[in-house]
Design a protein around this ligand. Structure first.
Ligand SMILES: *Cc1c(COP(=O)(O)O)cnc(C)c1O
Length: 431
């Protein structure tokens, strides 16, 4: 099959390919992308879609960016990949130098991995090895917030929301962790006693067993698109210190400007013991992630048994991925990203507000370059996504949540078009 027709390709897709969280044989619509440039996805049927998703937080500079393309092409002339055991290279060194400089000062040791879920596994393993090396091998479990999302591998899943993560299905392989309610206080509000009470009780009673508290700072992403009080982060940091529990900040979704700060921990501000980054790290070009920790933690692990950190992915620190990550971070920092994200927040707030009047909408909330419309009931994906596509926009809701997180390079006019079309389609659902 040198040049299969579009129809044939879609048939093969339906017969053989799983998409994220999909069933093999449901035939829910998939749209065939031919190319993408700037803030537009070009479908193979000729249709052009304005992108409201940044391919799940990643494509912050838009698609097919000349600078990112160039970084990859240049690296390709040098070396595409070498093993990281016993070898090193400039793209990885430059990247780690940047990550260490841009994240909280205490974070000086970096483990580069190939996806967000693996970065979370690495964080959990670092915490366990740390306490083991400290002579507290009983600290092997984790505390986490309900409605959280930290990835799809077994360890990461165990710290996801137990209901939406379907823990009952994986009962015998998932560790029972400690789950606390997410804070009720919203972003911008002070945090009240009630919010931290559950966490304090939990840590007080179980700290001998708890290696770390893992949370998504400020924005809970895939578990509910929820924005909570920065005060809560401050309090969580204090409680972790008090009860000798490490704090892991999962910045995989929030990192690289999405919430208006370079990292969401800066809203508090707090310095976590371990931080995970991924998603927008390469500007949406390649899968890459990193876990950062303090020198105290890395040297304690070195001094423990077996004296090494027990992890090493085959494609660790892939040079192509590191090279494009370097270019993406440089591009971001050279731009007026903070002003741009403030403007996107203002525009989203203004342009999505008409949704509040719709009878089926429960709440509209915006933070940074994230706009969320929470519906009263789950949307019918099979019917609404094709309506968005007909309207020329790419938006993919889940459950009750219809949300936008456009590339930062979207213009005001494009943002207006994106929101107007979205509001129009949602308005139609009412009748
Ligand atoms: C997406 C995400 C992950 C998992 O990353 P993958 O690259 O999909 O494995 C983990 N934590 C958070 C907060 C995420 O948003």
């Amino acid at each position: 099959m040198i040049n299969p027709s579009l129809e044939t390709q879609i048939t093969i897709d339906y017969e053989h390919i799983w998409h994220p969280y999909s069933s093999m044989h449901s035939k829910s619509p998939v749209f065939h992308v031919d190319s993408a440039a700037g803030v537009y996805l070009h479908l193979s049927n000729g249709k052009k879609l304005l992108d409201g998703m940044s391919s799940w937080w990643c494509a912050i500079h838009g698609y097919n960016h000349p600078r990112l393309n160039q970084a990859l092409e240049q690296q390709l002339q040098q070396v595409a990949h070498v093993m990281f055991g016993g070898l090193t290279h400039k793209p990885a060194i430059r990247l780690v130098e940047k990550l260490v400089r841009l994240t909280p000062q205490a974070l000086q040791s970096v483990f580069i991995s190939d996806s967000g879920s693996v970065a979370v596994e690495v964080a959990l393993k670092l915490a366990i090895q740390y306490w083991n090396a400290k002579g507290e091998p009983g600290k092997q479990r984790f505390a986490t917030l309900r409605n959280g999302y930290h990835g799809d591998t077994m360890g990461a899943m165990s710290v996801c929301d137990p209901v939406t993560g379907m823990h009952s299905l994986f009962n015998d392989v998932l560790t029972q962790q400690f789950y606390v309610e997410r804070p009720k206080s919203r972003y911008g509000e002070a945090c009240d006693e009630g919010d931290t009470h559950a966490l304090e009780n939990l840590l007080q009673q179980n700290h001998q067993q708890i290696a770390a508290l893992i949370l998504e700072p400020i924005v809970q992403g895939a578990g509910g698109m929820y924005f909570y009080s920065s005060d809560y982060l401050l309090r969580a940091r204090e409680l972790c210190n008090h009860y000798r529990v490490l704090l892991i900040a999962d910045e995989i979704a929030t990192g690289f400007g999405r919430t208006g700060k370079l990292f969401a921990c800066e809203h508090a501000p707090i310095s976590p013991d371990i931080m995970c980054v991924g998603k927008a790290l390469t500007g949406g070009y390649m899968s890459l992630a990193a876990t950062l920790t303090t020198t105290e933690i890395s040297s304690t692990i070195d001094n423990g048994n077996p004296g090494v950190f027990m992890h090493g992915p085959t494609y660790m620190a892939n040079p192509l991925a590191c090279a494009v990550a370097n270019a993406s971070i440089e591009l971001l920092l050279e731009s007026e990203w903070q002003a741009r994200i403030q403007q996107i927040e203002r525009k989203l707030t203004e342009l999505l507000s008409p949704c509040e009047a719709l009878s089926q909408v429960a709440e509209v909330r915006c933070l940074g370059a994230i706009g969320v419309i929470e519906m009263k009931t789950p949307v019918d994906m099979a019917s609404i996504v094709p309506q968005f596509v007909d309207a020329g926009i790419w938006v993919r809701p889940f459950g009750k949540l219809v949300y936008l997180m456009p590339p930062y390079v979207i213009s005001d006019a494009e943002l207006e078009q994106l929101c107007e079309k979205l509001v129009e389609v949602l308005g139609r659902q009412a009748d």
